[in-house]
Design a protein around this ligand. Structure first.
Ligand code: GLN
Length: 478
């Protein structure tokens, strides 16, 4: 078994041919992941009991001649903002260092039902706020391809695990780019599904109107299999969509002849770096595949970063109010009165970025500023969504960069929040519009740093997005 290069298909074939059992695979995968974790700090915690229990279940099914499920014995890493029953879930925060959730997120329940093995929980920026995983209370993650660089964020641990081969698949969460940007930095595939496509039940809330759970994988095909397993209506999340879940693999036949693709002028005008060259080369490949490529305008793009950092911080300031030393979190010892206890718990527990966002979010929601900031941002959000709606009247999908630059050095942007926020410039728009978007590797810079191409599609049109990603991967492999 070559653990770091295993595919879903190889695992299935090996199990059914009885070359190895699910329990053997679980043991080997855990051993490999634990042995290699010090190189990246991608995992915060392993969950061997859970993985071995699920593996035994898969073996029993195979012994009884039953179908063990589409993800049978596939090792999956889970971002530590997604709750797992009886497995500590920290959200990258000191406040939740010992928090043991009493229930599973719906995505976790569905993964295990499909036969997957939850290997462990991955490191991330505190409450998913960040673009480099340096805001974790448990130390940063290193990019497995360039250890002096960040893996991106906030799902940096999940991206690093998949890139390093210490998991076949991973779950990330995306509010403004946290799946796509680390996928791009680590050279893997990351998918932000349509808002509401995957239940948020059990995803720790950062900015509820923007939060998504999504797949991270080494190919578009494997990301699609993962999405298939977790997508669909969930009575536990009122914002999960009723829309039926199509068979994603059916659209992955390699034919994209005549597909109309939009290239947004606003995304390409400042992109002169190696990233720009790689995106241009990717577009040339798509043209060769028979795609009909045209330039489009998304004029509200310039306001996206400002709009996002008002809406996201406003929602975060409200969502983070629950960490008060009474309900979930550890409590500050040095407290006299109740208000001192709140203040000390939150003052000692939250890291600098969370505090910055709580202050900003509280400010934009406060009486007198609500109209000037929050309400205005909501209007801009509607304009951004309208830009996409107009574009999709004309094209089937949009192609763009994921990030203006490849993985940066650890420490390079940590003291400059504005520079850090600007790394989300191309991913935030899709999140605000709630449309499906993904990152697909499109090559490396001269220094060997991966670059991702972003594909955006209309609401619930994941099939077109996957079809294009898959055709592009095939073309690159040839
Ligand atoms: N980097 C963005 C932020 O810091 C996005 C985070 C995310 O998608 N969770 O808010």
């Amino acid at each position: 078994m070559d653990i770091p290069s295993l595919t879903i298909g190889q695992i299935r074939d090996g199990l059914l041919a009885r070359r190895f059992s699910a329990v053997e695979l679980a043991r080997e995968s855990l051993r490999f992941a634990e042995a290699h974790n010090s190189a990246t700090n991608a995992y915060l915690r392993f969950s061997p009991e859970r993985a071995l229990g699920a593996a035994a279940h898969v073996d029993e099914k195979i012994a009884r001649g039953e179908d063990p499920g589409p993800l049978a014995a596939v090792p999956v890493a889970v971002k530590d903002v997604i709750v797992t029953k009886n497995v500590v879930t920290t959200c990258g925060s000191k406040l939740l260092a010992n928090y043991v959730p009493p229930y599973d997120a719906t995505a976790i329940v569905r993964l295990e039902k499909a036969g997957a093995l939850i290997l462990g929980k991955t490191n991330c920026d505190e409450f998913a706020m960040g673009s480099s995983t340096e805001n974790s209370a448990f130390g940063p993650v290193r990019n497995p391809l360039a250890p002096d660089r960040v893996p991106g964020g906030s799902s940096g641990g999940s991206a690093a695990a998949v890139a390093q081969g210490t998991a076949v698949l991973a779950l990330g969460s995306d509010t403004g780019g946290s799946i796509r940007q680390p996928a791009s930095f680590c050279g893997i595939v990351g998918v932000t599904p349509t808002y509401g496509r995957v239940s948020r039940y059990g995803l720790t809330a950062f900015a509820s109107s923007l939060d998504h759970i999504g797949p991270m994988a080494r190919s578009a095909g494997e990301a699609a299999v993962l999405l298939q397993a977790i997508a669909g209506r969930d009575p536990m999340d009122a914002t999960s969509a009723e829309a039926p879940v199509p068979d994603y693999t059916e659209s992955m036949h390699g034919n994209v002849q005549g597909l109309k693709l939009g290239l947004p002028r606003e995304y390409l005008k400042d992109l002169t770096s190696e990233t720009g060259d790689l995106i241009s080369a990717a577009v040339a490949t798509l043209r060769k595949l028979g795609c009909d490529i045209r330039e489009i305008n998304l004029p509200a793009t310039d306001y996206a970063v400002g709009c996002y950092y008002i809406i996201a911080t406003a929602e975060a300031s409200s969502n983070l109010a629950r960490y008060d030393g009474v309900r979930y979190t550890s409590r500050s010892a040095a407290s006299g009165t109740l208000s001192e206890m709140y203040r000390n718990t939150r003052g000692e527990g939250f890291g600098a970025e969370c505090k910055r966002r709580i202050m900003l979010g509280t400010y934009v929601l406060s009486a007198g500023y609500y109209d000037a900031y929050y309400l205005k941002a909501q209007k801009v959000r509607a304009l951004i969504a309208r830009d996409f709606a107009r574009a999709f009247a004309e094209v089937d999908a949009i192609v763009a960069p994921v990030s203006p630059f490849p993985a940066f050095r650890l420490g390079e942007k940590i003291d400059d929040p504005l520079a850090m926020y600007l790394s989300d410039i191309y991913t935030i728009t899709g999140s605000l519009a709630g449309i499906p978007c993904m990152s697909v590797p499109c090559g490396c810079t001269a220094a060997g740093l991966p670059v991702g191409m972003q594909i955006l599609a209309n609401h619930f049109d994941e099939p077109t997005m996957f079809r294009l990603a898959d055709a592009f991967e095939r073309a690159r492999a040839n």
